[in-house]
Write a protein that binds this ligand. Structure first.
Ligand code: PXP
Length: 239
């Protein structure tokens, strides 16, 4: 089974918005990314619209040849927008207005009832549902109870330890356990956040992981290496 690569293009929009103009265009980049061998495109429509805008979502979701994974917070307005645009996949993420990026997984215990109802709506429309969670046994168990089809583990802690050359064996052990446990419950396993070449090499050894979602590093690396080469490098690592 080949592992899929989803490319998060939020930061193409960040760069565009820095000038308040139209370039670089996330839609053009998404098409290029797919041509380079990515398996899907991920975007996060944040409540504050700091990068991806409603129109980006509209344009991307209209082109059905681009498998689109939409990240959303459990906010009524955003959920309705997601349901209207009909992306192929949806990933529920926590969102804090002042954070620089998604800092951790969802608080499932707190949002269980609300999330379960939302997931049901997307499952009904046959939109693949995923929950962005910390690698924790209880969160995997709750994800299954909520009838999500996938879990995406937040790899922020692991990637920080790897980047700082600190001992990551305990965190990796926890991740491996949770991947196995999720798979045993018939949940599809994804990995995301903070992944670079080094973390991808470590994580690709975990057989249960079927999809990587990578954003910031790919867009950053593309500035010097080019998007073709960067995606090829990741495909080679995770294949
Ligand atoms: N997956 C999810 C669910 C995310 O929210 C994000 C962005 O934080 C990513 C993957 C991509 O993370 P990064 O940009 O650090 O690669």
């Amino acid at each position: 089974m080949s592992i899929r690569l989803g490319v998060n293009i939020d930061h193409v929009a960040t760069l565009r918005n820095a000038r308040g103009e139209l370039h670089p265009d996330p839609y053009i980049v998404a098409k290029k990314v797919m041509k380079c061998g990515a398996d899907s495109i991920t975007i996060h429509l944040r409540e504050d619209r700091r990068h991806i805008k409603d129109n980006d979502l509209k344009i991307l979701s209209t082109n059905k040849s681009i498998p689109l994974n939409l990240e959303v917070a459990c906010n009524k307005k955003i959920i309705n927008i997601a349901l209207t645009n009909n992306p192929n996949f949806v990933c529920f993420v926590p969102e804090k207005r002042n954070e620089v990026t998604t800092e951790g997984g969802l608080n499932l215990k707190k949002n269980k009832f609300k999330l379960k109802k939302i997931i049901r709506k997307f499952n009904k429309k046959k939109i693949r549902t995923s929950l962005f969670i910390n690698p924790s046994k209880i969160d995997v168990k709750i994800s299954k109870e909520m009838d999500a089809k996938c879990v995406e583990f937040h790899m922020g802690k692991l990637s920080n330890l790897v980047k700082k050359n600190k001992n990551y064996s305990k965190e990796l052990k926890k991740i491996k356990f949770c991947c196995k446990y999720a798979k045993s419950l018939d949940l599809e396993v994804h990995a995301g956040h903070g992944i670079d070449y080094k973390t991808a090499k470590i994580l690709k050894k975990i057989r249960e992981i079927e999809e990587f979602n990578i954003g910031h590093f790919i867009i950053g690396e593309s500035i010097s290496l080019g998007i073709d080469k960067t995606i090829k490098n990741f495909k080679k690592i995770i294949k």
